[in-house]
Design a protein around this ligand. Structure first.
Ligand code: CA
Length: 363
């Protein structure tokens, strides 16, 4: 051991003695504080599971092991949808998940993943990082003893997999579809039955006929789950998740016990993953879509304007109703809708018109 690493280790050990006395929950051994991160994702699932692993590894590496984060995939420590309660109560220290899975705890959590006809990935980041998003999210999550941070984004999601064509609103009636969050509520109002299955349970449900249709993420992730084997019609665009943010939630007592330096390490790891995952989805979705269409003969379909417009109308109504939950929900809704107008207004002038023109010229 060279002198430098010896001094570093000695320093860590001294620090641990002081902090071990004050910290009850996370295990502290030899200057390394071990933190348990649970997820809602299957083990090593591309993008989502591997992204959670990258966050855990970055925190561990950037803190030189002072915060050693051990990742538990869905079901390894707790069932996927119990991740929130596990972190809130301190059974686990952190989760990597989608906040809309917690809408049963509070409807306003939807705004921090995605809402129908809501913000895209870039817009969500702008609202969270620069607008009022983070402060409002902190206030909401603090009610459940959680400190939230954005740590991933899937980009715009696909409309989903159907075993029949959706030519009119009539075709949605009676349809049993997996769709979590407020998108599920929109479908219910249009006569469908919506369920919120965790990722690992979707394929068997679709295969057995327990559900007729599902959305998951986009071509890259959907190819990995093999939905093309049991449903041939792949619809776009997804009205329900225009840029789903994934979050790391940390037990607030644990967060407050971190030094400022440790908090910065966690924040930086989450911010890095937020950017990295979005790049990864963008890069991989195009090639995966090509594979689905050419190799697996998937039928790509665009929702008709009639169907999309009806869905969009109900979406606005469903999202607006969340504002009525309580005073905080109203503030979150107002801020979110203002962000959609302000950032979206600029996006239309800038990226929107550029993409339209690029498409017109080079196809
Ligand atoms: Ca989804």
């Amino acid at each position: 051991m060279d002198r430098r690493s010896f001094l570093k280790k000695a320093g860590l050990a001294a620090g641990a003695t002081a902090s071990a006395a004050t910290l009850a929950a996370p295990a502290v051994a030899q200057g390394k504080r071990e933190l348990k991160m649970v997820t809602t994702w299957p083990k090593n699932f591309p993008g989502l599971g591997t992204g959670a692993q990258r966050v855990a590894d970055r925190i561990t590496q950037a803190s030189d092991g002072k915060l050693t984060v051990k990742l538990f995939a869905a079901g390894e420590l707790v069932p996927p949808f119990e991740s929130f309660d596990a972190v809130s109560s301190g059974t686990a220290d952190m989760y990597h998940a989608a906040e809309y899975y917690w809408q049963g705890k509070h409807k306003a959590f939807n705004f921090f993943t995605a809402v129908p006809m809501g913000l895209t990935a870039n817009e969500l980041d702008a609202w969270i990082n620069i607008g009022e998003g983070q402060a409002l999210w902190d206030e909401l999550a603090a009610k459940f003893n959680i400190k939230p941070l954005m740590a991933g984004n899937t980009g715009l999601q696909m409309g989903g997999w159907f075993n029949k064509e959706i030519n009119s609103l009539e075709d949605l009636k009676g349809l049993k579809m997996r769709m979590p969050g407020l998108g599920g509520e929109v479908l219910r109002r249009l006569g469908a039955t919506a369920v919120a299955l965790p990722g690992g349970e979707i394929f068997p449900a679709l295969q057995s006929g327990a559900i007729d249709a599902t959305e998951w993420v986009g071509p890259w992730n959907d190819l990995a789950f093999g939905f093309y084997k049991v449903a041939k019609f792949y619809y776009y665009p997804g009205f329900h998740e225009p840029g789903s943010g994934l979050a790391v939630g940390t037990n607030k007592d644990v967060w407050d016990s971190f030094s400022k330096e440790e908090q910065e390490v966690v924040k930086s790891a989450c911010l890095a993953e937020n950017n990295y995952m979005y790049s990864e989805f963008n890069y991989n979705n195009g090639a995966a879509l090509e594979t689905l269409l050419t190799k697996h003969k998937v039928q790509l379909r665009k929702f008709s304007d009639d169907v999309f417009d009806a869905i969009a109308g109900v979406s606005e109504e469903v999202v607006r109703e969340v504002a009525g939950t309580d005073e905080l929900s109203k503030r979150i809704y107002d801020s979110y809708i203002k962000a959609r107008k302000d950032i979206g207004g600029w996006g239309k002038i800038a990226e929107g018109s550029y993409l339209e023109n690029r498409e017109r010229v080079i196809g």
